[in-house]
Design a protein around this ligand. Structure first.
Ligand SMILES: [Zn+2]
Length: 292
C-alpha cells in the first residue's frame, strides 16, 4: 500500500498507482515490501516544493525525494542502518521516499503527446518510482537503462487494468467533454487486449447531427493508432446510466461483438452487460456463414 495525498482532485483511483508501484518493484527485483508517499498537486504546489527543496523556482512535471541511496543494481539491504531507519512499522514496509506529480502539467503533456491522461500520469509516476530506486538520466547510458525499466514496468502496469480502474478513467475522461448544448458530459475508457487504454468524451456540434459520442471517440482513437482488439469499455456520465446509443453499439460491434460494457453514473453506480446482448443481430455484410 502506498500513501496518496490529493492536493489536486483527479478521478484516478489509488489502485492505478498501487499496481504501477508493484510493477516497478518487480521489475527492479525488490524482494522486500516497500512503500512511498505520492502527492498529486498542481503548478503552484510543485513550484513551491521545487523552490524550497531544490532551489529551482520553476514549474515541473514530477519530483522525487528518495529516502534511501539505492542504485540501479538493486543494492537494497534490509539490514543496513539506513534501511532500518526507514522501516514503516504501521505499513510493514520500507519507506522509499516521496513523489510529487503536477496534475496540470500531466494534462498538458498528455495533450501534447496525443495519449491519455491516465497514460501520462502512470508514466510520470513510474518515472518517479525509478528515481526513488536509484535510477537517473544524467548521461545517455543511465537514461537508456532507466527508460528500459520504465517500459518494463509500464507494460506490466497496462496489462493489469481492473474494472475499478477502467471506470475511474472513464469518469476522469468526462472532464474533456465538449457539451455546450446538452451539458450532458460522458467519458469512455476502452481497454484493448494489449492492455492499453483509450479514452473518449462526447463532442457536440452546432449542427447537432454531427455530434460524436464518447464511445466512438475512444474507438476511433484506438483504431487510428493501429489497435483493433478490445476487451471492455467503461462509460461514465453524471446522471442516468449511459448505455451506448445504437450507432455506438454498431461501431463497437464491428471490432468486438463480445465486448464487456460497463456503465457508471452518480459517481458510484455500476451496471455491466455484453455488447452482443445490447445489440443482437448486428449489421454484418462480409461474413461467410451469415445465412447459416
Ligand atoms: Zn453513441
Amino acid at each position: 500500500m502506498i500513501e496518496i495525498i490529493r492536493e489536486a482532485g483527479i478521478h484516478l483511483p489509488d489502485a492505478v498507482f498501487e499496481s504501477a508501484a508493484e510493477a516497478c518493484f518487480q521489475s527492479y527485483g525488490l524482494k522486500k515490501p516497500a512503500t512511498l508517499c505520492l502527492t498529486l498537486t498542481d503548478d503552484a504546489g510543485i513550484r513551491e516544493k521545487n523552490r524550497d527543496f531544490r532551489d529551482k523556482d520553476e514549474v515541473t512535471d514530477v519530483l522525487s525525494f528518495p529516502s534511501l541511496n539505492l542504485s540501479p543494481q538493486n543494492t537494497f539491504d534490509e539490514n543496513s542502518p539506513a534501511s532500518l531507519s526507514v522501516w514503516d512499522a504501521e505499513q510493514k514496509a520500507f519507506y522509499l521516499g516521496d513523489i510529487l506529480i503536477n496534475v496540470d502539467r500531466a494534462r498538458e503533456q498528455a495533450e501534447t503527446y496525443g495519449h491519455s491522461f491516465f497514460r501520462e500520469m502512470t508514466y510520470l509516476f513510474v518515472h518517479g518510482v525509478f528515481h526513488l530506486l536509484g535510477y537517473d538520466h544524467m548521461n545517455k547510458e543511465d537514461q537508456l537503462s532507466m527508460r528500459q525499466q520504465e517500459e518494463n514496468a509500464l507494460n506490466k502496469a497496462f496489462t493489469s487494468v481492473s474494472d475499478e480502474e477502467l471506470l475511474a478513467i472513464a469518469r476522469e475522461a468526462r472532464s474533456f467533454a465538449y457539451v455546450p448544448y446538452s451539458r450532458y458530459r460522458v467519458g469512455a475508457a476502452l481497454l484493448a487486449k494489449d492492455g492499453s487504454v483509450y479514452t473518449g468524451c462526447n463532442i457536440e456540434n452546432a449542427s447537432f447531427g454531427l455530434t460524436n459520442c464518447a464511445e466512438r471517440t475512444a474507438v476511433f482513437k484506438a483504431v487510428s493508432d493501429g489497435n483493433q482488439e478490445f476487451e471492455a469499455i467503461a462509460i461514465a456520465a453524471d446522471k442516468t446510466a449511459p448505455w451506448p446509443c445504437g450507432a455506438c453499439r454498431q461501431v463497437m460491434s464491428e471490432f468486438a461483438p463480445e465486448l464487456r460494457v460497463l456503465v457508471t453514473w452518480d459517481d458510484g453506480k455500476v451496471l455491466e452487460s455484453r455488447l452482443d446482448q445490447l445489440l443482437p443481430h448486428s449489421f454484418l455484410t462480409f461474413t461467410e456463414d451469415q445465412n447459416g
